[in-house]
Write a protein that binds this ligand. Structure first.
Ligand code: PSU
Ligand code: MN
Length: 305
């Protein structure tokens, strides 16, 4: 039955059938995470980066109600141009987008769901959703965290973006049994910067060591995902003060304008990017590429186990 909702790109299907490494990629980062045309350029470069490493990229989205596993360059261009006009689609939204035959940009949560349906175990992106600052009153906790608790996909990201409450996000993940792995670091990276005041649960220094833990987890039937936090390359890391100032301003504006629910994250991402100018966009592009490389290396190791 599942099969009838999924459109797996033939190249991706062939790779999966042969046990070759595949890396899933999300589409909300294209439509809502970056401006056009950098979003499209980045998405295409990320896919190429994964190929250069020897794995197959599978960008995931919903098009005309079909669950697409592996977008063509034309489809990526379409999502990038549409931008926020495409519906941001998390777990709760999937059946409504599908039943209405609409397009949906998949978040980390829904990309994990669709990747798992297709049999893809590794997913690379920029940042995950988390527990928002002020969540003790707003209750704003991303569905990404609940998905990580339940769906067997490893998510390679650049840590937790400091529009979120890093400490509360860590606590939530711990409660849900989701491990946070630091790639070659003991500290939880904070997206634009390499360090934060928080530690990761486990430091691992090679893709092979990460794949070994993933393999052990899933072979034992311990369901759920793993956060693999990969610090932004030193050369593109930004000073914390500049970012923190922009985030404080964006949070203030969001509160004044009464922005909440699913609008919150895209609003904050766009404002922080505007306020910090081209530097933060470039950093964002570079960290996604860095995550794609690590994601491919992990997928390659996992495929060989
Ligand atoms: N963080 C980023 N870039 C992004 C997102 C988060 O740095 O593009 C997107 C991802 O798709 C993530 C979603 O799954 O935002 C989280 O939204 P929410 O907080 O509404 O769950
Ligand atoms: Mn939210």
């Amino acid at each position: 039955m599942l099969i009838s909702f999924l459109d797996v790109h033939p190249e991706v299907q062939q790779a999966l059938d042969q046990g070759l490494p595949v890396v899933a990629l999300e589409s909300t980062i294209i439509s809502h995470g970056m401006p056009y045309p950098q979003n499209v350029e980045t998405a295409l470069t990320v896919a190429q980066t994964i190929r250069d490493k020897g794995a197959i990229p599978a960008t995931i989205a919903i098009i005309g109600g079909r669950l697409k596993i592996g977008l063509t360059p034309e489809e990526i261009e379409y999502f990038g141009k549409q931008g926020v006009a495409v519906t941001k689609t998390s777990r709760r939204d999937i059946p409504f987008i599908v039943a209405s035959g609409l397009d949906g940009a998949t978040t980390v949560a829904s990309t994990m769901i669709l990747a798992a349906m297709a049999g893809i175990r590794v997913f690379a992106t920029g940042g995950i959703g988390g527990v928002h600052r002020g969540a003790e009153t707003s209750f704003d906790i991303s569905a990404d965290l609940q998905e990580l608790a339940n769906t067997d996909v490893a998510v390679v990201c650049a840590g937790i973006k400091s529009i979120l409450d890093l400490g509360l996000t860590r606590e939530y993940l711990e409660t849900q049994g989701v491990p946070v792995v630091g790639y070659q670091t003991d500290q939880l990276p904070a997206f634009y910067s390499r360090e934060s005041d928080f530690e990761v649960d486990y430091r691992r220094d090679t893709p092979e060591q990460i794949a070994q833990a993933l393999n052990a987890k899933w072979r034992m039937g311990l369901k759920g995902g793993v956060v693999i936090a990969n610090p932004i390359p030193e050369a593109y890391s930004m000073p914390r003060e500049a970012i923190d100032q922009a985030i404080a301003q964006a949070l203030g504006e969001a509160e004044k304008q009464g922005i909440g629910g699913k609008q919150s994250t895209p609003f904050l991402l766009a404002r922080v990017s505007e306020l910090t100018g081209g530097d933060s966009l470039n950093a964002n592009v570079q960290l996604v590429l860095n995550n794609a490389r690590l994601g491919a290396d992990i997928a390659i190791e996992l495929a060989g186990m």
